[in-house]
Design a binder for this molecule. Structure first.
Ligand SMILES: [Zn+2]
Length: 222
């Protein structure tokens, strides 16, 4: 395996610690993948292995049909969905799936999370949309993710009656979106208990999104 793949195995493995740290997963129900730059391959969590036991070597390298390339472990049972996203969304370099509690509670009701917090405008550029009900196994989940996200700025989608999928330029960005998705799902849920949250006017959402995506943070060194 090339040095690039080796490095990505390490990165994807280590990022699973964040799912545990931010309380986004129970048992083994959550997974991360990262696209191998410049190759039709991605690295993904092995199926059914606990987060404590993950190692860079245990990560599974798959082609864009979701078929493992060498190795002995089976890839995550959500591999077909990750592969579909990589095939159809060339700008995506990382995919995350969780059943995080508050976001999945919105998914269980089939309700999009309305954009009522500036943090949502920043990260998601609007509401967090709901995708269709789809059974695991074939391309249905991937198709639902791609069809829904292509019409939204949001890097997160709530798959109805299921949970969250997020995408990003790389695996870390997709993990960040998963963490932020759960955070805002919780806050808007709490707000709902007390009354009706106030929507943010569209021009303000656009302005916040633009600033956060293009100006916020440290300038990268040249
Ligand atoms: Zn799931």
């Amino acid at each position: 395996m090339s040095a690039v793949v080796g490095k990505l195995r390490e990165t994807v493995c280590r990022l699973h610690d964040e799912l545990v740290r931010y309380n986004l997963v129970a048992w083994t129900a959550g997974n991360i993948s990262g696209r191998v730059p410049g190759e039709d391959l991605f690295v993904i969590k092995p199926s059914g292995v606990s987060y404590d036991e993950l190692s860079p070597e245990s990560m599974v390298v798959c082609d864009l049909d979701g078929e493992p390339v060498g190795g002995e472990l089976s890839p995550s049972s959500d591999t077909a969905a990750h592969a579909y996203v990589y095939r159809e969304m060339p700008q995506v370099g990382g995919v995350v799936h969780t059943h995080s509690t508050y976001a999945s509670a919105w998914a269980a009701r089939g309700e999009a999370i309305p954009c009522v917090l500036t943090a949502m405008a920043d990260e998601f550029g609007g509401e967090i949309p709901v995708g269709p009900f789809a059974l695991i196994g074939g391309d249905d989940i991937g198709r639902g993710i791609v069809a829904t996200l292509k019409g939204h700025r949001s890097p997160a989608i709530l798959m109805r009656n299921h949970g969250v999928f997020t995408v990003g330029a790389d695996a870390r960005a997709a993990v960040k979106a998963a963490v932020m998705c759960e955070d805002v799902a919780r806050t808007v849920h709490v707000a709902r208990q007390l009354g009706e949250p106030l929507p943010i006017p569209r021009p303000a959402v656009d302005s916040l999104y633009d600033r956060y995506q293009n100006v916020y943070g440290q300038r990268s060194p040249r």
